[in-house]
Design a protein around this ligand. Structure first.
Ligand SMILES: Nc1nc2c(c(=O)[nH]1)N[C@H]1C(S)=C(S)[C@@H](COP(=O)(O)OP(=O)(O)OC[C@H]3O[C@@H](n4cnc5c(=O)[nH]c(N)nc54)[C@H](O)[C@@H]3O)O[C@H]1N2
Ligand SMILES: Nc1nc2c(c(=O)[nH]1)N[C@H]1C(S)=C(S)[C@@H](COP(=O)(O)OP(=O)(O)OC[C@H]3O[C@@H](n4cnc5c(=O)[nH]c(N)nc54)[C@H](O)[C@@H]3O)O[C@H]1N2
Ligand code: SF4
Ligand SMILES: [Mo]
Length: 679
């Protein structure tokens, strides 16, 4: 008999879709979107449609393995008992040697965002103060910027965007990265709404918009401030601003004295008359909504860019307006109960400089590294530091599904379950739904959930040395998932008991329009053009333009590496992997560099060099080139070897650490002789 099961797609993706799977005799046979979910609406993206192949993929690792020499590929199977013995013994030995547990490090991020994947953090907290990767490579600057402006990181329910008469998609590419938002945007267009996309090149989203505004990378903050100035000049500001904002006079002073439209036009690449026209249309249209993407803030001035765009929304009176606002994301529905373990005095390393900061650790140095839901050798900057760190570490454990680039550096591989094989509870950073994830099938091979691994290792540790880990040694996954719905979450979801979520996903009972009635939660309880918290963090109190880094004579091309339609970061959902990267360039560069389409060329900078196959995109500026986060054979060199670890300006206050200025990567390009080409 076919059986149905609820799941939530746990990927680091805006949509966090509700999935219904069907099993027959314990085998997963189909998955579909849940029609009762008002965001998923019964549809899934092509990445999820490949889930069955992913679950039963022959390359998926099905049992624990040990690698005799790092990067040798010389893996041999071992039992869970042997693997956990080895890890527990090393933990106990390190602790004895150092007299504390700080040499044990956890680096976990976005492979699976389910609440029970915090089990790894719980396990480490149970051992004592350890070393942790904190912050995010993704969105930190923007999270802090919105926290300064509004008081916390929150935005309207995404379907509200459908009410906008004017919608600006700013540095966001939902046609690829948030596909369930597209029908909402298209419906609004059908009802007569106007959609404008601001990007550095003609993304698929820009191509589907009414108008494309091409902005020079890293200059959007200035564009927003120039539009703010136009709103002042044209008297298009909300006339109630004095009632609910702080620092308006100072902000207008800054605009008057420091922002010049002619200069802004030159820097941003958007003509002054277009800046004026856009600002007037935005000021005069109600409701008008802006959606700012994460790609836009991966610059050294990314936080200021977000603050400038928020300020534009505020000046025009669009904050708190139904169908208006500045959407970016939220984490209001992530208030899981946790495991009730004591807070530890951990040694915190910024995830974006993890290897660099880890190398500087002594007393004690890092000895054991646990990677979970992470692929730093594909996704991080500072790869040279990573390779040095790997040489120094005494034990590297990874728990993952596949032998990723980072797994090649590990000593022990622990096979993880997918969301069809374990219990979990998932929230979104975009919409307001929370859903239970139930197992549909038994774990494939000997795979174990992160929670079970944590219990089993805690049991081992306590067998070796009683009291060495306070995390439980066994339990029920289902109960642990339901327990994550503590009183706060139950109230938020309007539930009496956690069990009610077993019947269906539930939407948090927030009013759909963020900052309705202008009830902000900043220190002044007002919208803060002028933020004392920003000032206290060593930043300008007002949103100001601070130039991002520019290409130089040595490295004249900016390398953008945006997210791909068919992948989530390093997670591939295509069968055919390529063993080289495609580099997209403006066709004029072909002439400048004597290249042909399809030819192999080299890009390089002070950190690394990479052979690429040249393709063209007519919409790219001549000094911007693109490599998407595409599916690449494990043996190919990582694209991220070209990245430095410049941090963005914000992220310390609400995001755990400063973000990564990924889009400030610069390279040189050259044609290769036939004998130099590897493909
Ligand atoms: N050049 C460049 N680099 C970037 C970016 C960019 O735009 N350009 N983007 C950055 C951003 S925004 C992000 S968020 C990061 C993401 O970087 P990471 O956090 O490393 O995320 P992923 O590559 O999505 O996944 C990491 C690993 O999780 C594993 N995984 C999947 N499901 C599970 C599970 O259920 N359990 C366990 N244990 N493992 C699982 C996957 O197989 C994968 O190997 O990359 C950053 N790096
Ligand atoms: N299919 C798919 N979906 C995903 C992901 C994925 O890898 N694949 N990853 C998930 C994750 S982890 C994240 S963080 C999100 C990211 O999704 P988005 O928020 O959409 O961000 P990006 O795709 O990084 O970049 C969006 C756009 O910003 C543009 N951009 C870059 N610099 C600038 C600039 O200076 N000015 C302007 N105006 N535009 C600029 C890029 O050209 C790109 O088109 O997507 C999530 N969803
Ligand atoms: S990857 Fe994103 S869009 Fe696709 S099913 Fe998962 S959450 Fe939905
Ligand atoms: Mo991300």
């Amino acid at each position: 008999m076919p059986e149905k099961h609820y799941h939530v797609c746990p990927r680091n993706c805006y949509d966090t879709c509700s999935i219904i799977s069907t099993t027959v005799n314990g085998v997963l046979v189909s998955i579909e979107g849940n029609p009762a979910h008002d965001y998923t609406k019964g549809k899934l993206c092509p990445k999820a449609m490949n889930d069955i192949q992913k679950v039963y993929n022959p390359s998926r690792i099905r049992y624990p393995m040990r690698q005799r020499q790092r990067f040798s590929g010389n893996w041999e199977r071992m039992s869970w008992d042997e693997a956990l013995d080895m890890i527990a013994q090393k933990i106990i030995d390190s602790k004895k040697h150092d007299g504390n547990t700080l040499s044990l490090a956890l680096n976990k991020y976005s492979g699976n965002f389910g609440a029970l994947h915090n089990a790894m953090e719980w396990l480490f907290s149970g051992m004592g103060p350890t070393t942790r990767a904190v912050g995010s490579p993704c969105w930190s600057a923007g999270v802090d910027a919105q926290t300064y402006d509004f008081g916390k990181f929150f935005c309207s329910e995404p379907r509200e965007m459908g009410h906008a008469k004017l919608l600006w998609l700013w540095g966001v590419n939902p046609a690829w990265t948030a596909v369930h938002q597209m029908p909402i945007i298209f419906d609004a267009m059908d009802r007569g709404s106007k959609v404008i996309c601001f990007d550095t090149y003609l993304s698929d989203t820009a191509a589907r918009s009414h108008r494309f505004i091409q902005v020079k990378p890293g200059t959007d903050g200035l564009l927003a401030l120039a539009m703010c100035k136009v709103l002042c000049e044209e008297n298009l500001m909300d006339d109630k601003l004095y009632d609910y904002t702080l620092g308006l006079v100072e902000f207008i002073d800054y605009l008057t004295n420091s922002i010049d439209l002619t200069e802004a036009a030159e820097i941003t690449g958007v003509k002054a008359e277009i800046i004026r026209e856009l600002a007037i249309e935005y000021g005069q249209t109600c409701p008008a909504c802006i959606w700012v993407g994460f790609g836009l803030q991966r610059y050294t001035n990314g936080g200021q860019t977000l603050r400038a765009i928020d300020a534009l929304g505020a000046l025009a009176g669009h904050i708190g307006e139904k169908g208006g606002g500045v959407h970016y994301g939220h984490f209001e529905t992530w208030k899981f109960a946790g495991a009730g373990l004591p807070e530890q005095q951990n040694r915190q390393l910024n995830i974006n400089r993890f290897a660099r900061e880890a190398l500087a650790c002594d007393k004690p140095p890092l000895r054991v590294l646990w990677l979970s839901g992470r692929n730093p050798l594909a996704q991080d900057a500072d790869l040279k530091h990573w390779h040095r760190l790997i040489q120094q570490l005494e034990l590297i454990v990874i728990n993952d599904l596949f032998l990723t680039k980072s797994a090649q550096a590990a000593d022990i591989f622990l096979p993880a379950t997918t969301h069809y094989e374990h219990w979990d509870l998932n929230s979104s950073y975009w919409h307001y739904w929370v859903g239970i994830n139930e197992p549909a099938i038994n774990p494939v091979g000997e795979a174990k959930s992160d929670l079970e691994i944590a219990w089993n290792l805690s049991a081992k540790l306590n067998r070796f040395e009683k009291g060495s880990c306070s995390f439980p040694t066994s339990g029920s996954e289902r109960e642990t998932a339901l327990k994550q719905l503590g009183p706060d979450m139950l109230r938020m979801l309007g539930l009496n008991t956690p069990e009610e979520i077993l019947d269906r996903p539930i939407k948090a009972k927030f009013p759909p329009t963020a900052w309705e009635n202008h009830e902000f939660v900043t220190p002044s309880k007002r919208y803060e053009f002028q933020s004392s918290r920003a000032l206290a963090a060593g930043l300008p109190a007002l949103p100001v333009f601070e130039p991002a880094l520019l290409p130089s004579k040595e490295t004249p091309l900016r390398l953008l590496t945006p997210h791909h339609s068919m992948m989530i970061n390093s997670q591939s959902y295509q069968d055919a992997l390529s063993d080289y990267y495609d580099l997209y360039i403006n066709p004029r560069l072909l002439e400048n560099y004597g290249l042909k389409i399809g030819e192999t060329a080299e890009i390089w900078n002070e950190y690394a060099s990479l052979q690429v196959k040249v393709k063209v995109d007519m919409s790219l500026p001549e000094d911007v080139v693109i490599i998407y986060q595409q599916a690449i054979e494990q043996r190919a060199q990582a694209r991220n070897a070209l990245l430095n670890s410049n941090l963005s300006d914000m992220g310390d206050v609400a995001a755990g650490g400063k973000g990564l200025a990924i889009n400030e990567t610069f390279v040189s390009l050259r044609k290769l002789t036939p004998s130099e080409r590897s493909f």
